[in-house]
Design a protein around this ligand. Structure first.
Ligand SMILES: CCC(=O)Oc1c(C)cccc1C(=O)O
Ligand SMILES: [Ca+2]
Ligand SMILES: [Ca+2]
Ligand SMILES: [Zn+2]
Length: 317
């Protein structure tokens, strides 16, 4: 649709008020943000399974009803993730050339999933027990949009080691985007939408992947066929590397000097976008990350030493 670029009032899933970029015409106000790249667009799946559904339209221009919350959060968090990649890494949208960022909320019924379809983000409403509506968490939205960055660069195949690295990159950048915008950063994924009736838990922990049954060492990796060869299981190995590299610590008697979240983000962004390829294995990932850190900080830098130590701590070299 055409219309006038507008800033509207919105309320997120937990009732938090926030401004949203929209366009307004005679038919109403739409979730179309034309201030970022070629646009950020949010659609209503209307509890069906057709994508993308209908571009979200509000008749009175105030997005404050409970049904609106998932859409407001998806729209705002997509914009924040867009801003992180632009301002921190100089990347304009997931493809680097301002590609439209499309999200659909209210997908399916009681759907406990969120995913990157290959061309857009899709969020279920959850069943109210396992999940609340899944766009209600910035780290989850950033996780999904990072799948799009990966699909536009390394194209890591979604199975086995490459799939686990794909998943880990999405978790790590989910953490980094949330850290960039929130004053309560953590190393947890999905805490805002996971098991709404229980407090203090999360979908995954990067600080200690074993709390959700993930391995934190390469010798403990899952080798079965479930979950595309364990992409959401073995991502714990890469997640532990990311945590140790940023925060430091001693793991299986190996001490890692932390280098902070910002440098960790720079090294892993360069690794993902310059060195990883569709079939990269965890061992090749170690070499790629060392190379990226060397490019950025020099072969004899403390940052390179920390990258080597972080991978060594999980049994990779
Ligand atoms: C952190 C977001 C996440 O993991 O979303 C998924 C869920 C909830 C189920 C299945 C797949 C995914 C995914 O995006 O990998
Ligand atoms: Ca989090
Ligand atoms: Ca919970
Ligand atoms: Zn994922």
């Amino acid at each position: 649709p055409t219309g006038k670029d507008t800033v509207s009032a919105g309320k997120g899933l937990i009732g938090d008020k926030k401004a949203i970029h929209t366009i307004k015409n005679a038919e109403g106000t739409f979730l179309l943000d034309r201030t970022r790249g070629k646009g950020i667009l949010t659609y209503d799946g209307a509890k069906g399974l057709l994508l993308p559904g209908k571009l979200w339209r509000d008749s009175d221009g105030i997005f404050n009803e409970s049904y609106d919350g998932a859409a407001v959060d998806a729209h705002v968090y997509a914009g924040q993730t867009f801003d992180y990649y632009k301002n921190i890494h100089g990347r304009i949208s997931y493809d680097g050339t301002g590609a439209k960022v499309v999200s659909t909320v209210h997908y399916g019924e009681n759907y406990n999933n969120a995913f990157w379809s290959g061309s857009q983000m899709v969020y279920g409403d959850g069943d109210g027990v396992m999940f609340s509506p899944l766009s209600g968490s910035l780290d989850v939205v950033a996780h999904e949009l990072t799948h799009a960055v990966t699909a536009s660069t390394a194209k890591l195949i979604y199975q086995g080691d490459s799939g686990a690295i794909n998943e880990s990159m999405s978790d790590i950048f989910g953490i980094l985007v949330e850290d960039h915008f929130k004053n309560s950063p953590d190393w947890l994924i999905g805490e805002d939408i996971y098991t709404p009736k229980q407090k203090g838990d999360a979908l995954r922990s990067l600080a200690d992947p074993t709390v959700s049954g993930q391995p934190d060492h390469y010798t403990k990796r899952y080798m079965g066929t479930e979950d595309y060869g364990g992409v959401h299981i073995n991502s714990g190995i890469g997640n532990k590397v990311g945590f140790l590299l940023a925060s430091g610590g001693t793991h299986f008697n190996i001490k890692v000097q932390g280098i902070g979240k910002a440098k960790t983000g720079k090294i892993l962004y360069r690794t993902l976008t310059q060195y990883l390829t569709p079939k990269t294995t965890y061992r090749q990932y170690q070499a790629a990350a060392v190379q990226a850190a060397t490019d950025l900080y020099g072969a004899s830098s403390s940052e390179v030493a920390s990258v080597k130590a972080a991978f060594s701590a999980v049994g990779l070299k």
